[in-house]
Design a protein around this ligand. Structure first.
Ligand SMILES: Nc1ncnc2c1ncn2[C@@H]1O[C@H](COP(=O)(O)OP(=O)(O)OP(=O)(O)O)[C@@H](O)[C@H]1O
Length: 590
């Protein structure tokens, strides 16, 4: 056997291992939209066998994808930068999971396949240690995949020396393999990133064996800096020491940067100065200006911030803006959606656990607070925490230390807290559902995000922004917006706020065949939502309407007799509202 064939075999083994052990799903789809193959993670996630999956069309599984849109998705995946989509997948048991999908087209044997990477957005730590499944296809196909995937793949040994990198890795950074072989991975990072990786990535890998979407900066051969996100899985020996680490590195898409520039263009077009520093938060209305001022005031301090406001008003965006404008911005903000935590695991997720603390606690694990040390933790939907978890949180706020579940010692931490809720916490306090002392501790610097109906001046700017953004995603050019579109949008009450506006415009962009967005593409009618006198908020009214519709059609979302049809929205809009309003999304879906 020649040396090169030996190394090819080693590469193929590595490729198969990477695919099967990847802490993310990977699947391939034919141009017809029917599944072709998937990795172990994806089969496990959906619960289908290989044979069952092959009989399915992507749209049978993707809750918010209509067959009519398939061609658009396929074409988008073929463009530079590929396709990026967030949505729901239905499992074999008809439960839904929320995922992020990134896809590209791969040339295979004169044909094309879509290759998609799937990340579980609700439970990124879902079982990630897949079985080493038997080799599912020829070595040639994996070699093609290994080298054509627009993801940088690298493998390093226990001393973090590089022993394999794919073609995309080499091309992106501008090296030949011989130049980088055996070198330390930290040699390809900026100095600031090195410290960050040592302090953030290595401890997490030692602790849990995998890390997801860690952002840092690499340096190309020509000295240029590249923003990347790393997802890695380590193999550890029985003592817990790392033997080797396989990593997928995604350049943080040029698209994301383009979007940012695009939104800045919107500002320039509108001749708005001053707001450009908040490029991600679109708007210039007086209520939003007050929010910008409050963010400016509090960002540089370590004060706890409580973000209030209805669903979809941009609380998470505001939390990011605060973190990014603080001294802690060098580290990643840790986000916890308190409503999505499994009730019996809330404390272990937040505060960590010691080995053996409960059945299934096989190793000691750090909680999110410890991971957020020297950074910011964003506690979204904090009003959903149980009273028990609330008292532990209070202790963290008072003492700046955590005690792991099953532990006896406390660990000191330095964490800035930003919490958000769309519930009126003072009402929850009066009902005994939320601890008053915790409320006062969180309420040190409250910022209220205004509902969209109170800042309709921002609707033209937001519309401009979303139409450009979604049109660019699917490769359309829609430079004009009919004036009647804006008239229609400003007269709607927007119970789902900016999120709802974005959803409606995403659909409108798909429906629009020409260069001008017309009112008939906008699926809203003023007055659709009728409020009862005793309903305190629009969001709550929407919540009730959806529940009523679901009851009426036995939990079925789609089809002519489904809840989406009754409510006059498409099923993806309904589904995303249910998710955001916290309506049991794991329920059976029809
Ligand atoms: N001012 C804004 N400019 C641009 N996009 C916005 C703005 N406000 C909200 N969005 C977009 O709307 C969506 C919802 O925003 P976000 O998740 O921050 O809301 P939220 O208040 O945290 O909602 P929830 O309470 O339901 O979690 C996101 O896609 C966000 O990017």
């Amino acid at each position: 056997m020649t040396i090169s064939s030996k190394s090819n075999t080693a590469r193929n083994r590595l490729a198969v291992n990477t695919i099967e052990r990847a802490p993310e799903g990977i699947f391939w789809v034919r141009a017809t939209g029917f599944f072709y193959q998937a990795n172990e993670w994806f089969y496990r996630l959906l619960g289908y066998s290989e044979e069952e999956l092959r009989a399915l069309h992507v749209c049978d599984v993707a809750i918010d994808l209509e067959k009519a849109q398939w061609d658009v998705f396929w074409r988008q995946a073929g463009k530079p930068g590929g396709l990026r989509h967030e949505g729901g997948l239905a499992t074999k048991l008809q439960e839904s999971v929320i995922v992020e999908i990134r896809a590209c087209l791969l040339p295979i044997d004169g044909d094309q396949l879509m290759c998609a990477f799937v990340r579980d957005l609700v439970d990124p730590h879902r079982e990630t240690e897949p079985l080493l499944a038997e080799l599912r296809a020829s070595e040639a196909r994996f070699r093609t995949l290994y080298n054509n995937t627009p993801v940088m793949l690298q493998a390093c040994d226990h001393e973090t020396r590089l022993y394999s990198a794919n073609k995309y890795w080499l091309e992106t950074l501008g090296y030949e393999w011989e130049e980088v072989k055996g070198r330390q991975t930290r040699e390809f990072m900026t100095e600031a990133s090195r410290d960050n990786v040592i302090h953030r990535v290595i401890p997490v890998l030692l602790e849990s064996g995998s890390i997801h979407d860690f952002e840092y900066q690499m340096v190309k051969k020509n000295g240029q800096v590249l923003d990347v996100a790393l997802t890695a899985v380590s193999e550890r020996d029985s003592d817990g020491d790392i033997i080797r680490t396989l990593s997928m590195i995604l350049p943080i898409s040029d698209r994301k940067r383009a979007e940012r520039l695009e939104s800045q263009n919107v500002f320039l077009r509108e001749e708005l100065s001053g707001a450009a520093d908040f490029a991600e938060i679109i708007g210039h209305s007086p209520p939003l200006q007050e929010v910008f001022q409050a963010i400016d005031m509090v960002a540089g301090t370590d004060a706890t911030v409580l973000l209030l406001g209805e669903t979809g008003t941009g609380k998470e965006l505001a939390a990011r803006a605060i973190h990014e404008r603080s001294d802690r911005s060098k580290s990643v903000m840790i986000t916890v959606n308190c409503a999505a935590l499994q009730p019996n695991l809330v404390e272990s997720e937040l505060f960590g656990h010691e080995k053996g603390a409960f059945t299934g606690a096989l190793t000691t694990k750090k909680g999110r607070f410890e991971l957020a040390d020297h950074s910011t933790i964003f506690l979204d939907e904090v009003g959903e925490l149980s009273l028990e978890a609330q008292s532990k949180l209070l202790r963290v706020l008072q003492e700046q230390e955590v005690e792991r579940v099953g532990g006896t010692e406390t660990v000191g931490i330095d964490v800035r807290i930003i919490a958000a809720t769309n519930r009126p916490l003072e009402v929850e306090v009066s009902k005994g559902n939320f601890r008053a002392d915790l409320y006062y501790r969180l309420n040190i610097f409250p910022i209220r995000m205004p509902p969209l109906r109170d800042r309709i001046d921002d609707i033209p700017l937001l519309t401009n922004h979303f139409v450009d953004k979604f049109a660019q995603h699917i490769g359309k050019k829609i430079p004009n917006i009919n004036r009647k579109v804006i008239e229609k949008l400003v007269s709607y009450p927007w119970p789902g706020n900016v999120r709802e506006l974005a959803n409606i415009l995403e659909r409108a962009v798909i429906l629009c065949p020409g260069r001008t967005l017309q009112p008939q593409h906008i699926g809203v009618d003023a007055g659709v939502v009728q409020l009862d006198d005793d309903v305190p908020t629009l969001a709550e009214s929407e919540y009730r309407l959806i529940l009523r519709a679901l009851e009426k059609c036995d939990g079925r979302l789609s089809g002519p007799k489904g809840a989406a049809a009754i409510l006059g929205v498409n099923r993806s809009t309904l589904w995303s509202r249910m998710h955001k309003l916290g309506i049991d999304i794991s329920r059976k879906i029809g």
